[in-house]
Design a binder for this molecule. Sequence first.
Ligand code: C5P
Length: 404
Amino acid sequence: MQGKRILLIIGGGIAAYKALDLIRRLSERGHAVTPVLTRAASEFVTPLSVATLSGSKVHQDLFDLTQEAEIGHIQLSRSADLIVVAPATADLLARMAQGRADDLASTLLLATDTRVLVAPAMNVRMWDQPATQRNLATLRGDGILFVGPNDGSMACGEYGPGRMAEPLEIVAAVQAAFAQGPLAGRHVLVTSGPTQEPIDPVRYIANRSSGAQGTAIARALLALGARVTFVTGPAEVPPPEGAQVVRVTTAQEMLRAVEAALPADAAIFAAAVADWRVADARTSKMKKVAGALPTLSFAENPDILHTVSHAANRPGLVIGFAAETDDVIANAAAKRRRKGCDWIVANDVSPATGIMGGTENAVTILREEGAETWPRMAKDMVARRLAEAVADALRNPKPQDIVS
Ligand code: C5P
């Protein structure tokens, strides 16, 4: 991708320090960053460090006459290919939602005709406030792009959503904003890898999923221009560069991360989710007792694919996987109905096929209209063909999917 002109508005929150790294990461990729600091932001990072890293003048004041003479704020707001607001504080989001123009940052955001990507950062209570949620809904409706926030521990000592996306995740969202291809402007959610269900602080129940097929699918979707949220359990294979990666451990965390990532145009559930978790996972390590075997009791994990297939904000296209050893087509067809998804990607994983752990796969795609068996091919090729099929389906929705 050619270098783009990015106007970076840095809001006044503790996460502003991450904006310095963001400037570096964007510059490394050939983008030219013009920074704008709000008054509060300059309490957290100095104009000198921002100017040094970006190699650009820092814009701070709406009523800077020298600056107005050189480059008016209207021109500044329009001379960029993308405006990025990071961190976007609750106050800045509220002012954007209201269309205020009472400082340089809000004026630029009101005057622009360029796309805007925001990375919110705030205390978890501020994020959860109905007022903030209303502002977010307004801004989403206005076509503002979002990246994050993530769940995590915060500078204020609390835990939850509100932590600003990491610089590389913001870079991925920037790249996605400029992506070209049949899936440009589309958001696709992919789950991948195994889950781990704790028994006690040191032991867990898991499975052998490497995350290879899910990662290949995410990479193929990115190559077609999609913005990809990649929710992954602890996988062997590293996650794809360019996706927004959400790392989880348990099935319950995976469900929460998936729900937080919606809405999406399509969702592909390639994760091998544990069916059960230990109901009474211990908070301290279980001790070996001579002559006595421990018993574990289990609770059923949420079925993420089933939940999303029946959700109010269900993606237009929901795809599940079925790894079977007998009666592959019949079992997979029954699974498609039971889960409520649109397509099932079925494969025969009986040992004789050599598919499990191998580099090739032979799949059958089951849809409402019927089954289509693809020839045996490399897993990367399966991923590419599936991504192309997703692009086709989103380009030509079935008549019953068109809501007027
Ligand atoms: O029921 P089964 O595990 O065979 O279904 C496989 C499909 O359902 C896969 O797409 C898998 O990612 C998804 N799944 C899920 N949540 C579960 C179990 C399976 O999303 N708890």
